[in-house]
Each structure stands twice: as structure tokens, then as C-alpha cells.
Design a protein around this ligand. Structure first.
Ligand code: NAP
Length: 248
């Protein structure tokens, strides 16, 4: 029977991996999406949508669907599903890998303020000017909701929901963005400080270059650690190698 690979998706890397794996004849590929985004776009292979019901539900799914390998290619900040995947793999004995794009690192001229969480980012904001560009996703705005004396420009793929700060302007946009785009955004909105998660990847890195060029401070929320004992690779080629598959 064809080996069945389950990809936990929701990222560009997961999409690329699904394409790379389906190019191998005889490999069955299913991508799982949480169902948060209304129009996720086409994906190669099979797709299932919605939560599994915790680690137990995921372990049942792995057994019922005869999954031979699990690849957690979720976003670096999707902490819960990553923990669930590690538990379900350990319980079922299904070999598992984590696909994580490398994080960002500051270079010369960067004014970065690393923090451990969104509430810690909020605590830091009063030391900067009042106009804040938030690119930390539409969830989690509640961490900033008490900051009534700041003006927030929130850029997100889909409109955020309350609670959010009283002075919030929403820009619905999906990357990739160019450095020129980001420079205009920062300048036109008179931004004093940028807040971002260390998502990594090229598609949304241009804002960091634009902030450096304009001398703006950037509050960077560090990634949560991976669960103990998981094997991580940084790209689709790394997954193919671990699965014993070359480029198709
Ligand atoms: P999360 O907090 O780690 O997960 C919350 C719950 O959502 C999980 O317990 C699981 O429900 C379900 N879930 C998450 N990802 C799933 C998947 N790929 N397939 C099936 N169920 C999934 O996740 P999140 O931060 O809300 O992110 C949700 C999705 O959006 C992820 O797939 C992630 O890759 C993508 N995403 C997240 C971010 C971010 O900043 N967090 C950014 C871009 C994209 P059950 O326990 O019921 O299984």
C-alpha cells in the first residue's frame, strides 16, 4: 500500500511540501488545516479541515487513516497543535518531523527589542512613540487592548475581532510585501515602532529591512520552544531526505 503522509499545514512551507510529496507517485498526502482562514487556496493532494480533538483525537486519526509519517509544518507560533502532534506521535509510534522555517536574526543597524510574549511586547510600548504597527496576527490583540493612549495600525490577513485597543486602524493584506511597500506603509502612517513575531521566512521579512532603513525600533516576540525530543528540519528538501525520498 502507498505510504500515507499527514502534513499539519496552514503555512507556505506546508503548501510547498504537499506539492513536493505529491510529485512522488505512490505517496498518499493529506494536508490538515485548522479552518481559520476562509479561502485557504488550492493544495496538492488530499485536504481535511478542522481540529482533531486534542492529542487523543489526532492519535485516533493517525491510526484510523493508517498514517505512516506525520509532518508538523504549522506556523512557529501554533504552539498547541505542535505539542499535540508530538504527543500523538509518541503515543502511536508514528514517525514525526517538524518543518520550521529558520527564524530572523538582527543585523547591523537593527534596533530590535526581543520579548517572550505579546503581553511583554505591550509592556514595552510606552517607552516608544505613540504610533504602532502591529503585525502579530489578528488573534492576540487583547494583549494591547488596555493601551488607550497609543494608536495602532494592525495589518492582518483577515479582519481581527475584539477585544482590541480603542484606537485601532485595520489594514487587511496578505504578503509577500516588498521593502518599497513597507517603507511607504511605515512612512505614510507615521509609525514610531513595529511589533512582530519572529515568524521567519522571506514573505514578510521586508518590514524589518524598511524599519532598519528608517531607524525604527522593532519589538520582536521570540518563538516558543519546540517540544522536547522532536526532530526539526528547515525546508521541504529536509523532509524528503528524512522520509527517504529524493526530489521527484
Ligand atoms: P494552535 O493554537 O497551535 O492550535 C489550536 C487548535 O487548533 C489545536 O489544538 C487544534 O485543535 C487546531 N489546529 C491548529 N492547527 C491545525 C491544523 N493544521 N489541522 C487541524 N487542526 C489544527 O494553532 P493557531 O496558532 O490557532 O494556528 C492555527 C493554524 O493557523 C495552524 O495550522 C497554523 O499553521 C496557522 N497559522 C498560525 C499562525 C500563528 O501566528 N499562530 C500564523 C499563520 C498561520 P484540536 O486540538 O481540536 O486538534
Amino acid at each position: 500500500m502507498s505510504p500515507h503522509v499527514l502534513i499539519l499545514g496552514g503555512t507556505t512551507e506546508a503548501r510547498e511540501l504537499a506539492a513536493a510529496l505529491t510529485a512522488h507517485p505512490g505517496v498518499r498526502v493529506t494536508t490538515s488545516l485548522a479552518g481559520r482562514v476562509t479561502r485557504p487556496g488550492a493544495l496538492a493532494g488530499e485536504v481535511r479541515v478542522g481540529g482533531f480533538g486534542g492529542p487523543t483525537g489526532l492519535a485516533d486519526w493517525l491510526r484510523d487513516q493508517h498514517v505512516d509519517a506525520l509532518v508538523d509544518a504549522t506556523h512557529p507560533f501554533a504552539e498547541k497543535i505542535t505539542a499535540n502532534a508530538a504527543l500523538a506521535a509518541a503515543r502511536t509510534g508514528v514517525p514525526a518531523l517538524v518543518l520550521r522555517r529558520p527564524g530572523w536574526h538582527p543585523g547591523p543597524g537593527d534596533r530590535w527589542y526581543p520579548v517572550a510574549s505579546l503581553p511583554e511586547a505591550a509592556e514595552l510600548l510606552p517607552r516608544f512613540g505613540p504610533r504602532v504597527l502591529l503585525t502579530t496576527g489578528r488573534l492576540g490583540l487583547s494583549a494591547f487592548a488596555h493601551l488607550a493612549d497609543r494608536h495602532f495600525v494592525v495589518r492582518a490577513v483577515e479582519p481581527p475581532e475584539p477585544p482590541m485597543p480603542p484606537h485601532t486602524e485595520v489594514l487587511v493584506a496578505r504578503g509577500p510585501f516588498t521593502v518599497a511597500d513597507e517603507r511607504v506603509l511605515l512612512r505614510e502612517n507615521l509609525i514610531d515602532v513595529l511589533v512582530t513575531k519572529d515568524s521567519g521566512g522571506a514573505a514578510t521579512a521586508a518590514k524589518l529591512t524598511a524599519a532598519r532603513e528608517l531607524g525604527l525600533p522593532v519589538v520582536v516576540v521570540r518563538r516558543p520552544p519546540l517540544p522536547a525530543g522532536v526532530t526539526a528540519v528547515t525546508d521541504a528538501a529536509g523532509v524528503l531526505g528524512r522520509l527517504g525520498l529524493g526530489p521527484a
